[in-house]
Structure formats: structure tokens, C-alpha cells
Design a protein around this ligand. Structure first.
Ligand SMILES: [Zn+2]
Ligand SMILES: [Zn+2]
Length: 205
């Protein structure tokens, strides 16, 4: 019986203002139209997470791992589902770019800890998880689910969606250029921009 682990933790209040220059680097895996060539824009959270798993001896599950933005997450910053090998991130993190990497590693620690434990049951934020946090470079990570977080303080944002794979792409600002889903462009068009996978606005809440 495989264990289903769905773990959530609340937003932490972040001290300081996020560096707006890093926004493009971490937030999504979009492919921009030809002529707009910003390498940072294409940095891929999923690739980062898979490389971390490989470097920590979890190569067997690394290629299965997926990272998604999920606007249905309301108060949790992220969620890890070991059975599905899926990390979900709250699009509201886009307003706090320094927290994206931290949240990714927090959730990845759940995946790594359960991988190492095999079929053994472990507690969500127990010793195995803390060891995984240490190995992922966030040794000081705390379980923070008790902090109430005023979600309404977040600014308006824009969420786009790939019409093919339905992956969501949160943005702080409205997109001014044609951007397509990187995963689908890689899969079906050799990584080049393909208008069939152009991201569509989902909401502007
Ligand atoms: Zn957690
Ligand atoms: Zn797609």
C-alpha cells in the first residue's frame, strides 16, 4: 500500500523586499517568442528539483518528479505528494521570489525523506525530513504551519495556463509578449517557440 503524503505548510512572513530582478529567473518554464532571448526566463524549477534529487542519491525517482504551480492552493505555500511525485507551489509565491526556492526545497525534502525511508512510515516533519532539509541546504527550515498568514496582503497577479498540458504560470505583471509552455515546446517542437502552446490568461485575481 503506497503512502499518500500530502503535506502543507503555511506561508512564512518574509522579511525584506524580494529582489525584482530575480523574478524571471525562478518563476516558470516559459518559452518566449523568437527575438526575445532572455536565458534566465527559461530556468526551470522542475529541472532544478530533479538535479537536486540526482545529486542526493535519488536518481531513481528524479525523472518522475514534477513541479507545478497550482492556484487552488490557498493558504499553503506548497505541497508534496510522494505517490504522485508531485510538488505543487502556490502562485502567490511569485510575489516573494526568494521564497520560491526555499519552498521548493522544503517540499523536495518531503519527497527525499520518503524516498529514503522506502515503505516505512515517517512523520511529516520528523528526523528524516530534517535530515533531508540539511542535505538540501536548508538546515534551518522550520515547520511553520501555525503562523497565520494574511493572504489578502498579496498584490494582484496574473495567472496564465498552457492550453495543452494545463500547467499554470503565475506572473506579477501582465505578459506583454507571446510566451509558450516550455515543457510542451520541448516535447513537441524541439524546444522552439510553438504558438499552439502559447499561454492563455486564466485569471487576474
Ligand atoms: Zn512540510
Ligand atoms: Zn504545456
Amino acid at each position: 500500500m503506497p503512502l499518500l503524503r500530502q503535506v502543507e505548510f503555511a506561508f512564512r512572513i518574509v522579511a525584506g523586499i524580494a529582489d525584482p530582478g530575480r523574478l524571471g529567473a525562478l518563476q516558470d518554464a516559459g518559452v518566449t517568442a523568437p527575438g526575445y532571448n532572455d536565458a534566465e526566463q527559461n530556468l526551470d524549477l522542475e529541472t532544478t528539483a530533479r538535479e537536486l534529487l540526482r545529486s542526493l542519491g535519488a536518481a531513481r525517482i528524479a525523472s518522475e518528479l514534477r513541479v507545478e504551480w497550482n492556484s487552488r492552493l490557498k493558504t499553503a505555500a506548497g505541497r508534496a505528494d510522494y505517490r504522485e511525485k508531485l510538488i505543487s507551489l502556490n502562485p502567490q509565491l511569485v510575489d516573494h521570489p526568494t521564497e520560491i526556492d526555499r519552498t521548493l526545497r522544503h517540499e523536495l525534502a518531503h519527497i527525499l525523506a520518503q524516498f529514503r525511508a522506502g515503505r516505512r512510515r515517517i512523520s511529516p516533519h520528523g528526523a528524516e525530513w530534517r535530515q533531508a532539509c540539511f542535505d538540501l541546504g536548508i538546515a534551518d527550515e522550520k515547520r511553520c504551519h501555525n503562523l497565520p498568514f494574511p493572504v489578502r496582503t498579496y498584490t494582484a497577479r496574473f495567472i496564465y495556463r498552457c492550453p495543452n498540458c494545463l500547467q499554470e504560470f503565475p506572473r506579477v505583471r501582465r505578459m506583454r509578449r507571446a510566451v509558450a509552455c516550455l515543457a510542451c515546446c520541448r516535447k513537441h517542437n524541439g524546444g522552439g517557440f510553438d504558438p499552439r502552446f502559447r499561454l492563455q490568461p486564466l485569471s487576474s485575481s
